[in-house]
Design a protein around this ligand. Sequence first.
Ligand SMILES: Nc1ncnc2c1ncn2[C@@H]1O[C@H](COP(=O)(O)OP(=O)(O)O)[C@@H](O)[C@H]1O
Ligand SMILES: [Mg+2]
Length: 179
Amino acid sequence: MLTSPGPREGKSTICANLGVALAQADRSTLILDCDLRRPMVHKIFGLRNDRGIVAILAEERRWQEVYQEPLPGLKVIVVGPIPPNPMELLSSRRFAEFLDQARQEFDYVLIDTPATDLVPDPAVVATQGDGVLLVLDARDIRKGAVLRAMRRLQTVGATVLGTIMNDAKVSKGDYYPPP
Ligand SMILES: Nc1ncnc2c1ncn2[C@@H]1O[C@H](COP(=O)(O)OP(=O)(O)O)[C@@H](O)[C@H]1O
Ligand SMILES: [Mg+2]
């Protein structure tokens, strides 16, 4: 699962890129857009947003009926119409059951979520996921915000796997091309 302390730190962008990289490395990968407030994954891949995770959780559709495949090996489940009750959906037993299915089906399931500072959704999703990647905008890191995000995630027992520095400046001297 990917989250970050604040909005616009690059969660959705990193999630999409990570999905592409894993698929290109022949790992079967599912990206699940669980930012039910401001869904973005469909925009990044230019996908339809007519139905997705909301329809699955409402038991209207099976996941096999709603996924899209923007490139071989990368399946994406978009949000669909924004629901009035995101927290209820994400904390439902149906969500946990769906994730169990997805775990069995794919090598990797990447879940995009909102910012921890804005809404409780990421903490709820974290209780169902195996690990959290904390995306940080490298140009605007505030220690207090990072600590607050870590505390929120650890309070619910989430395993924070590490951080991803987005938009970090890499000087040319630090770059070693592959041999
Ligand atoms: N490393 C980057 N370089 C350039 N633009 C970026 C980078 N990361 C994110 N962006 C842009 O910043 C905006 C916010 O990114 P997004 O992934 O939607 O953030 P979040 O999901 O955390 O709200 C988007 O327009 C995205 O294209
Ligand atoms: Mg996002």
